[in-house]
Write a protein that binds this ligand. Structure first.
Ligand code: SF4
Ligand code: SF4
Length: 187
């Protein structure tokens, strides 16, 4: 299905989004997909999703789970002969999907991102215990029970404190995150 946003085609919309700038350079060689360790988990692996963006398949792309599986390992970008940066492209698609209210299927990645950013905002650094507690409460609290033995070991070895340690200047970091949100929202 081809959908246009105002006078802007989907490929132009992606190219105008932070991380999507290099999409026109793709020559569809498929090296990114061949390099991607999670291509088999994605509905549409990197090469295919670029072809779909160019074909104007906005709903199919933004409602897919593909970009949410990206591990940010950058293997695709390192090997791409055209410097397309599929990692950044995946994050650009995540951003567009959230901005436009698309529901995310089959993956807990957005909940993990939210828990991570919330921990950073509150403490200026990641507090692993608080972050994981929030993540499991948002997704599947019962799954946390499986992690209890590991959590206990980490706690006993002082690798996972229950009380967060706050970093100096955490308010500055919080302001940076807020500013970033405003920039993304204004795009
Ligand atoms: S490796 Fe680069 S040029 Fe080749 S298909 Fe992937 S993004 Fe396109
Ligand atoms: S950065 Fe993402 S898309 Fe690229 S190879 Fe790694 S997991 Fe795959």
């Amino acid at each position: 299905m081809v959908v246009f946003v105002g006078m802007k085609s989907f490929v132009n919309e992606v190219a105008a989004t932070l991380g999507g700038e290099h999409i026109y350079a793709c020559i569809q060689c498929g090296i990114c997909t061949a390099s991607c360790p999670v291509a088999g988990e994605m509905e549409y692996p990197p090469r295919k999703i670029i072809a779909m963006i160019r074909a104007g398949m906005r709903d199919e792309v933004l409602s897919s789970s593909s970009m949410w599986y990206c591990l940010s390992c950058h293997l695709c970008g390192c090997r791409c002969p055209r410097k397309v940066k599929p990692t950044e492209l995946a994050h650009a698609l995540e951003s567009l999907a959230v901005q436009h209210g698309y529901k995310v299927k089959k993956t807990y990645t957005p909940a993990m991102y939210r828990s991570f950013v919330s921990s950073i905002r509150a403490n200026g650094r990641v507090h692993e215990f608080g972050m994981m507690l929030k993540f499991y409460l948002m997704t599947n609290p019962l799954a946390a029970l499986k992690m209890l033995p590991l959590g206990l070991k980490l706690f006993l070895h002082r690798r996972m404190p229950l009380i967060p340690e706050r970093a100096k200047g955490k308010e500055d970091l919080s302001r940076i995150i807020q500013k970033f949100r405003e920039v993304i929202a204004s795009q």
